[in-house]
Write a protein that binds this ligand. Structure first.
Ligand SMILES: Cc1ncc(COP(=O)(O)O)c(C=O)c1O
Length: 361
């Protein structure tokens, strides 16, 4: 079922970014946003598209203190013939359901969610950029919005969607790929068994900032997390999943412990590699196996995958004060082929052989 919502148009359209090749990530926001309320006994109600602007929140609002909230991240892509595509939104809906269940946030039906995304993008369609490497980032989020200091699920929630035209998270200025340095955290942890690692919640990221600060100090772009129990096995990167190509095997951490975000790009990378006949393993991989492979020359490629990161090659891992180079530190062939195929399908430049795109307009 498709829902429609009332629209209040902005009377102060924002200046557009002057150069689409210098969008950065979430530096600009579009003219409109979507808002909808939830109340126990009433369900989701009063969905609306309104101007994107600051809104009032009570200082005692529960989310500011106990972080009962969730978010998602998706992109809308403009094709050369002017269509606007989403990438596997059914998978965002599935993940949102799991996150909400973990956080005691009421379920938001998939068709209502997708109608909301469509309604707000319809108003800001001309903000979807078209320069190589760009897209419109979509940030849906829900938070417990009530005055309460009880550590209990809220009775009232607010769902919002905001939009930002972006370049890719780590890409070089020409929209192409370049390699980055990543910091392996050996003292802080991101998520343990039974925690919220598999859910997309702000707490996972707030908790990560101490390690991110250490990464920046070491001149690295992000953190590669090790498992919480033993500090031994690689899990994922701050804002993306991680893949390692050692000899002819592409390896990524398994989702079975519930400590890793089940990335939609991760899943797509695995499915694409399998369709190309590559050897892909979801298995535990120790940091020692990786540093050894770096030393003996079998570490061929490391790359991050994510909606924001797309495919971001990694040229060097910094672990316990030592740099471990990845091959010749250049963009590897598997990462490049994955990027070309994923972004090609997402933007309609290549045929969607996997049936992954969803035409919004
Ligand atoms: C911690 C973390 N892992 C993995 C991902 C990749 O997930 P996806 O491919 O669905 O964007 C993200 C980004 O959203 C993330 O924040």
């Amino acid at each position: 079922m498709e829902y429609t919502f009332p629209v209040t148009r902005t009377t102060h359209p924002k200046p557009r970014p002057e150069d689409e090749t210098k969008l950065g990530f979430a530096k600009y926001f579009t003219d409109h946003m979507f808002v909808m309320d939830y109340d126990v006994g009433q369900g989701w109600h009063d969905g609306r598209v309104v101007p994107h602007e600051p809104f009032l929140i009570e200082p005692a609002c529960a989310v500011l203190h106990y972080a009962q909230e969730m978010f998602e991240g998706m992109k809308a892509y403009r094709t050369a013939d002017g269509r606007i595509l989403l990438f596997r939104p059914d998978k965002n809906i599935e993940r949102m359901k799991n996150t909400n269940e973990r956080m005691c946030i009421p379920e938001l039906p998939g068709d209502l969610f997708l109608s909301a995304v469509k309604a707000v993008i319809k108003e800001d369609m001309d903000w979807v950029p078209s320069a190589p490497g760009t897209a419109l980032y979509i940030r849906p989020f829900i938070f417990g919005n009530e005055v309460s200091f009880s550590v209990l699920p809220a009775q009232h929630y607010t769902f919002m969607i905001i939009l930002s035209p972006v370049g890719s998270y780590y890409a070089s200025n020409d929209g192409g790929l370049s390699t980055s340095r990543i910091y392996v955290s050996d003292n802080y942890i991101r998520a343990a068994r039974g925690g919220t690692g598999y859910a997309k919640v702000g707490g996972n990221y707030g908790n990560a900032m101490r390690a991110s600060a250490d990464a920046m100090k070491a001149n690295c772009k992000d953190v590669l997390w090790l498992d919480a129990a033993e500090n031994k096995y690689v899990e994922e990167i701050g804002t993306s999943n991680a893949f390692f190509r050692i000899s002819d095997e592409v390896i990524t951490a398994p989702l079975t412990d519930g400590t890793i975000l089940p990335g939609i790009t991760r899943r797509s990378v695995i499915e694409l590699l399998k369709s190309w006949g590559e050897k892909v393993s979801e298995r535990k991989l120790s940091i020692d196996e990786i540093t050894e492979a770096s030393k003996n020359g079998t570490l061929q490629e490391v790359f991050a995958s994510g909606t924001a990161a797309v495919i971001s090659p990694i040229g060097c891992l910094h672990y316990k004060g030592v740099d471990y180079p990845v091959a010749d530190q250049k963009v590897g062939p598997v990462a490049q082929k994955l990027y070309d195929n994923l972004y090609g399908m997402q933007t309609g430049a290549l045929p969607d052989v996997m049936g992954w795109t969803y035409q919004l307009f």
